[in-house]
Design a binder for this molecule. Structure first.
Ligand code: B4P
Length: 190
């Protein structure tokens, strides 16, 4: 299973990917997690990404592509993957086509988790209290939602136009959303 998970911040991508990884037995590749690991390690790349992420903006396409090329070169991705948080703009969608084309492994599904904005804001506010992530501050969240509308929504339209998009209702309990995703990808899973 080669799955691309799309959706606004707070739509449940990372949350559901963690569960899907266990169920499908494929690696979960989260560009947010990869970036946060670089920040935590204090690497040059992490230092560059830290401020950009805290402002709720997108880290440069070149950094992201380099990180992904590196991650996809590892053998555990040969039997599938769940890609979470990428692509976030059209240039990244092109880069992903090239990367996966080169690896002879196009994805099976791009699943978009759909959620109303009020619920996104509510969920992220909950995480801000529980985890205190720098980019969960109200200003950063506002910016992340703007970036999503301006840069990531066109990616969703692009996949829709190419018949590559599956929309899943992201409203409900973790179990309900998880079951809906499994139903949506069932034809490929078998
Ligand atoms: P991400 O780590 O991808 O952050 P996110 O969009 O908020 O998604 P996440 O997966 O963490 O949250 P989820 O909805 O699961 O990106 C962070 C930053 O990294 C970006 O802003 C950007 O700066 C940078 N970045 C990442 N990828 C990039 C790229 N490709 N290009 C450039 N920059 C990039 O969960 C949110 C909350 O909702 C959680 O608390 C969860 O518990 C809760 N929740 C989820 N589902 C729920 C449900 N059904 N019911 C109740 N609560 C739920």
């Amino acid at each position: 299973m080669r799955l691309v998970l799309l959706g606004a911040p707070g739509s449940g991508k990372g949350t559901q990917a963690t569960r899907l990884k266990e169920h499908l037995q494929v690696p979960h590749i989260s560009t947010g997690d990869l970036l946060r690991a670089e920040v935590a390690a204090g690497s040059k790349l992490g230092l560059e990404a830290k401020e950009v992420m805290a402002r709720g903006e997108l880290v440069s396409d070149a950094i992201l592509l380099g990180m992904l090329e590196d991650r996809f070169s590892r053998p555990d991705t040969r039997n599938g993957f769940i890609l979470d948080g990428y692509p976030r703009n059209l240039a990244q969608a092109d880069a992903l086509d090239m990367l996966l084309g080169r690896l002879k492994a196009p994805f099976d599904y791009a699943v978009q988790l759909e959620c109303p904005t009020e619920l996104l804001v509510e969920r992220i506010a909950g995480r801000a209290k529980a985890e205190g992530r720098a980019d969960d501050s109200p200003d950063a969240v506002r910016k992340r939602l703007e970036v999503y509308t301006a840069s990531t929504a066109p990616v969703i339209d692009y996949y829709r136009q190419h018949g590559q998009l599956t929309v899943v209702d992201g409203v409900g309990t973790l179990d309900e959303v998880f079951t809906r995703i499994l139903e949506a990808i069932a034809p490929v899973k078998e």
